[in-house]
Every structure is written in C-alpha cells, then in structure tokens.
Write a protein that binds this ligand. Structure first.
Ligand code: NDP
Length: 244
C-alpha cells in the first residue's frame, strides 16, 4: 500500500524522540508538510538537522495557554497525531498529587487542548481531517507499576470515542493506536532488561515487543484515506497480548 500525504499539513506532538520522531519523519517522507512539536529544543534541532523540511515548535504541553497559542499560530492542519505522553514508575499507593496532575495534563488534557484548536480549523474548512491518538495496551490491560499512566490511557480510549461522536459529522476521523512495549526511552523505563521483560514476553503470543516502525505503519494507515470509514477504533499493535 503506497500511502502519500502530498498537499497535507501534519502536526505530531512529542516528536522530539521515540515513536513521535519516527512518525514525523515518515509523514515528511510521505510528502506531508510536517510540524514537529516537543519540549526539548535540542531534540528538535537534531530532527531538523536530519530532516530540514520539518518545521519545529518547542512548547511544554503541560502549559495549556502556551500550547493553545503555539498551535493556533500554525495555520491549517489536516492530520494530527497526539503522541506525547509521560510515564511514572510507581505503585498506586505511592502516587502523589504532582504526578497524577502532570500525567493527566500531558497525556489527556493536552490532547483535548491541541485537538480542539486543530478540529476548529478542520470544521471551518469543511473538508474533514484525521486525528490519531497514541493510546497503549494500557488502555485495555493493567501495565504494572504505571498506575497514573494506565489510568490516563484508559481516559484516552473514551476521549477518542467522545471526539468521534462529535466530530464525525464533519468528516473528521479519530482513532487510537495501541502499542505494546517499544524500546524507546519510555519503554526502557518499564522493561529495562530481560528479567523485567520476561513476564510480558511469556504473555505475548508473538513473544516480542513492537518496533517504532510497527507503530508508524499503523499511524500512517489511520491518517490516510485508505482508512476512510474507520472511526473511533483502537488498533492494537501488540503481538496479540490483549487478545488472550
Ligand atoms: P518517549 O518518552 O520516548 O518520547 C516522548 C516524547 O514526548 C518526547 O519527545 C518528549 O519530550 C515528548 N513530551 C513529553 N512530555 C511533553 C510535554 N509536556 N510537552 C511536549 N512534549 C512532551 O515516548 P514514546 O515515544 O515511547 O511514546 C510515544 C507514545 O506512544 C506515548 O503516547 C506513549 O504513551 C505511547 N506508547 C509507548 C509505548 C512504549 O513502550 N514506548 C507503549 C505504548 C504506548 P521530552 O523528552 O523532552 O520530555
């Protein structure tokens, strides 16, 4: 399947490293005018050095007002990937106020904030659009020792459906991509070595974690017109772990 995004403008949050970095590069390679948003300027400089066509925006998504202003200044966006998220390694009884607030500010509230601005433009132009939210297997099953994160991904699952219901009449599609572990900075926090990975490997029918490219392919499909009637779905990229 040859997926192209020529003539489209795309925004990817959390594109400084990991999965978001891969998504931004794939969108640019597919012809989209791509904007990469993240909070560490050095990461964005690295991305820009590799892909000079990618425009970068440095803002902290936890700051609602600054984020809104930054996204409003971008102009029309046809494709949005809400990818940025944070994960704390704790137990439920150890969660502190700052952790749960920060997790929901970035993993959930920022998705509302950025999507509202982008969808407003899509509605005004009347030509639809596509949004992909990076959820997780944590949107369906408990990821041990990451309770705030897991709860936030549960929230994303229903947020996507809420958005689908309200924005569908405007031909705006919103879908989730739900990866299993990917060995980015975030993945390595939860599964730093073979011993930590072992229970997950035993539980996963395919017996392996995903790679960035596996997630990127799912995102590209859901952003493209090839998935025109897929809306409000959660596409699990998980080697079958949530199926068994
Ligand atoms: P990484 O931690 O590797 O990268 C996250 C990116 O988001 C970084 O560039 C980070 O910037 C940015 N970011 C985080 N907080 C903010 C913020 N407040 N404002 C702006 N940018 C921010 O994560 P992954 O690439 O692994 O994860 C990407 C998505 O995939 C997330 O939604 C995650 O939940 C999901 N996912 C990941 C899995 C995995 O195992 N890796 C499994 C399942 C889902 P900085 O480094 O500067 O903070």
């Amino acid at each position: 399947m040859d997926i192209r995004f020529d003539g489209k403008r795309a925004l990817v949050t959390g594109a400084g490293k990991g999965i978001g970095y891969g998504i931004a590069k794939a969108l640019a390679a597919g012809g989209a005018e791509t904007i990469a948003l993240s909070r560490t300027q050095a990461d964005l400089d690295r991305l820009n050095a590799e892909s000079p066509d990618i425009r970068t925006v440095c803002v902290d998504l936890a700051d609602w007002a600054a984020t809104r202003k930054a996204v409003e200044e971008l102009g029309p966006i046809h494709l949005l990937v809400n990818n940025a998220a944070v994960l704390n390694y704790t137990k439920f009884m150890e969660i502190e106020e700052a952790e749960i607030k920060n997790t929901f500010d970035i993993n959930v509230h920022a998705v509302v904030n950025v999507s509202q601005v982008v969808a407003q433009g899509m509605i005004a132009r009347g030509k639809g659009g596509a949004i992909v939210n990076l959820s997780s297997i944590a949107g369906r099953i408990v990821v041990k020792n990451a309770p705030s994160y897991t709860a936030s991904k549960g929230a994303i699952e229903m947020l996507t459906k809420v958005m689908t219901e309200e924005l569908g009449p405007h031909q705006i599609r919103i879908n989730n991509v739900n990866p299993t572990g990917v060995m980015t900075a975030m993945g390595k926090k939860l599964w730093p070595d073979r011993v930590a990975s072992e229970p997950m490997m035993r539980r996963t029918p395919q017996g392996k974690f995903a790679e960035v490219k596996d997630v990127v392919h799912a995102v590209m499909f859901l952003l493209s017109d090839q998935s025109d009637m897929i809306n409000g779905a959660s596409l699990f990229v998980d080697g079958g772990v949530t199926a068994v």
